[in-house]
Design a binder for this molecule. Structure first.
Ligand SMILES: *Cc1c(COP(=O)(O)O)cnc(C)c1O
Length: 374
């Protein structure tokens, strides 16, 4: 009996992108092969992790890098590095931060659902700005002897009225503080692998299991050699705050193989293919009354998406009900129901051969029925 036959779980066609609750992304074949290859030998994991970090840095063209358990694990060690740096007593004391500067400055608009991971190491947020805007003076004024670092979020749907990364870096470095950047979902474009480092961020986290399509459990943490070393000292396999964030040698090998294929892929060609896929979805549903749909590829959409919104003439139920009906059908289809304006998003990343037509037809059928009041 196959393992999957033992489990009473029904698969889902994932047309909603690399969402963790829907299994993230499909690991590249080269990643699965590398995991198999790494599984038959033993290594000293400190040595393996250091070498794996060098390989990742080489592929990105970054000064330094290491591997974490997801971008989430990266945020935990970013904060630990900022608070404890390379002091062994401080590293082993976390999350107890007595006698250490542990405030993390964050623009209020950058508060986000994953940000409590920055607090795991014992840090505390000091919010600046009003939730939409923030000025350099407000950031500067918040810095005192308890400040450990400044957080910067790179993600879709962000306001333009914030202190940009380059300016945050200038302020932080004027006080010997690091800028900690979460860019988990910002790949592609591949140019982002270097962009935030080039703007001066000291540590930048990416997910290994989203656009890169490495193992779901992996993350990349790039940065300056000094800060990456602080992060590594606070990370697994050392006994400290991140000891529970294990990444196996198989997963590290899988990530390197996936990253290698990711950076070598022609982005223009990939974008063209995704655009054609999404146009097919758009063509199927564009005439449904009350539905507005188009292919969008901009700073809020990392690859071309078919984005569905509803006009005032829409007579059907809200987007979450449409989402639910697609998940309740057979086969089950997941499309994304996040983002502003009640939108639904079809994402081509995880759509496999033969699935696109099924997705387009089912989305059309569900929308047509909903539009007619069923
Ligand atoms: C996905 C995401 C994370 C978590 O990344 P994992 O690799 O799944 O741990 C953190 N922050 C942001 C902004 C994300 O989009």
């Amino acid at each position: 009996m196959s393992v999957l036959n033992r489990l009473d779980v029904e698969p889902v066609i994932n047309a909603g992108g690399p969402n963790t609750k829907h299994s993230g992304s499909r690991p590249r074949e080269v990643a699965m092969e590398a995991m198999q290859e790494a599984s038959v030998s033993f290594y000293n994991i400190d040595e393996f992790l250091i070498e794996a970090g060098k390989a990742v840095a080489d592929l990105i063209g970054a000064p330094a890098a290491t591997i974490t358990s997801g971008a989430s694990g990266g945020l935990v060690v970013q904060a630990a590095a900022a608070i404890a740096r390379d002091d062994p007593d401080k590293i082993s004391a976390l999350p107890n931060t007595e006698g250490m500067g542990s405030d993390l400055i964050i623009q209020k608009h950058h508060r986000f659902i994953y940000d409590h991971l920055y607090l795991t190491s014992g840090g505390r947020f000091k919010e600046v700005g009003d939730g939409v805007a923030c000025t350099p003076d407000e950031v500067e004024a918040a810095i005192d002897e308890n400040t450990a670092g400044i957080i910067h979020l790179e993600s879709p749907y962000k306001s333009n009225d914030l202190v940009p990364l380059g300016q945050l870096v200038e302020i932080a470095h004027g006080h010997d503080l690091p800028v900690l950047c979460d860019a988990a979902s910002m790949l592609p474009p591949r140019s982002n692998l270097r962009r935030f480092l080039d703007q001066g961020a000291d540590l930048v986290s990416f997910s290994g299991g989203k656009g890169i399509r490495g193992p779901q459990s992996t993350g990349i943490l790039t940065g300056t050699p000094e800060w990456v070393e602080y992060a590594r000292l606070n990370n697994y396999p050392n006994v400290g705050i991140a000891r529970a964030q294990k990444v196996s040698k198989e997963e590290m090998a899988g990530l390197i193989a996936a990253l290698s294929e990711f950076v070598e892929t022609d982005e223009e060609e990939e974008t063209k293919r995704y655009t054609e896929m999404m146009q097919l979805v758009v063509d199927q549903i564009i005439e449904v009354p009350g539905v507005i749909v188009s292919v969008i590829h901009d700073r809020d959409h990392y690859i071309p998406h078919a984005v569905i919104t509803f006009s005032p003439s829409w007579r059907g139920p809200d987007r979450d009900e449409i989402h639910r009906r697609l998940m309740a059908g057979s086969p089950r289809i997941y499309i994304a129901n996040y983002g502003p304006d009640g939108q639904l998003i079809v994402d081509p990343l995880n759509i496999q051969k033969g699935e696109l037509e099924v997705v387009a037809e089912r989305v059309r059928d569900v929308l047509v029925k909903a539009a007619s009041g069923e």
